[in-house]
Design a protein around this ligand. Sequence first.
Ligand code: ABU
Length: 489
Amino acid sequence: MKSLSMCVCCNTLSSATTVAVVCTVSTVSYTREVLDFHHPHQLKEGLECFSLDLPDQPETLEQILVDCRDTLKYGVRTGHPRFLNQLSSGLDVVGVAGEWLTSTANTNMFTYEVSPVFVLMEECLLKKMQSILGWSDDVGDGIFCPGGTISNLYSILVARYHFYPEVKTRGMGVLPQLALFTSEQSHYSVKKSAAVLGMGSENVFMVKCDESGKMIPAELESSIVTAKEKALVPFYVNATAGTTVYGAFDPLNAIADICQRYTLWMHVDAAWGGGLLMSDRHKMKLQGIERACSVTWNPHKMMGVPLQCSAILVKKRGLLQECNDFGAEYLFQTDKNYDVSYDTGDKSIQCGRHVDVFKLWLMWKAKGSEGFGSQVNKCLENAEYLYDQLQRRTDFELVLKNKPEHSNVCFWYIPPSLRGQPPGPDRDARLHQVAPRIKGRMMEKGSVMIGYQPLGDKVNFFRCVFSNPATQQEDIDFLLDEITRLGDI
Ligand code: ABU
């Protein structure tokens, strides 16, 4: 089969003969860096033939091509196997083709009338994802939306509507003071959504986690009791399947038991961890997800779909529509010549909605479910390899002692000046500066990219995440050697 392949080093397309297009091309010696870093003022001032200024007169075609080349040149090569900075990475050639075709179609997801094929593809993908979650055929609904934060926001919106449908028309005055629960390691979007939806971020209870970053069910229960004692009304629990920093999986069955006991809406934020459902080896880490009332799952993370591609899945069919519909008569006429239940746009809080489904559908066709499973396995093997290497080396310290559950690996680099120094505030203060300094040097050199952050009482540490199946063990060896080189300057 003749197919296109994307060069991860220079972002160019070329023709290649392969059996199946599965993932990005990987090479061991790279001709391009991950990035060619410039400070904002340098890019704004303009570089060589590249200027951000908008002309009054049209540019030549030659200059337009230079603009395209330079846009990639001064951007970050997120498809590079050494881009380990973000949960979304990689460059899947079928996904890119899907994105191009989507732009060529240039249509809108709101009605079947203008998106007949894409609307049916969305339905087909949502059903497939629901069956992977373990939901039965007669339940389930959902919508693709712009990212995990918005998917999580939808979960709170529909949960509130489920318990208090009159809020849609009568507003906040009909509500008691509601309380939400999420782990202290969960994504900040839960607090943000509570603020956006007028519930107040202070009414989000941050439930304590164990040392590996998992929510402690007993702490959840005692937070619920505390909220009730303060005359708040608990209604929503967010459990996380794959936390952003540690990649931890909350104990979903234990949380579901508590939600059942207190009649609370259980949402699972599987934006990051949902991809593991595609792997027979790893899907058991999400046991209990079938009991959730709603789930966020971002195929643009672990499944390598080009940004953006995020789904909110809701178990109660019809709830999204009831919660959000306003039946604008210029768009959602009820006397159309087809089954208007396929005008799915009124389920959304948006009007116009980008087509995010085609690239995922096309990739699923090209890889099959098993292909996604292999990609996930490869990324988690990379994480294990990094974990093993870190254990062997004396110049690094793991943040978590146990084998990673997801592809997140967190660690400190200990520069020679700190080796042998006893633990304490002085060492912590100095260690806190190490990761940002090395990261700065990394970016200026452009050789590799990896994230860092403090967390709880832990000073800045590196977080390496693998979601690009093109990353090889050589890249991981390079990462550690490069940190050592840059850290010892
Ligand atoms: N929660 C959005 C993705 C965060 C990250 O890439 O690290």
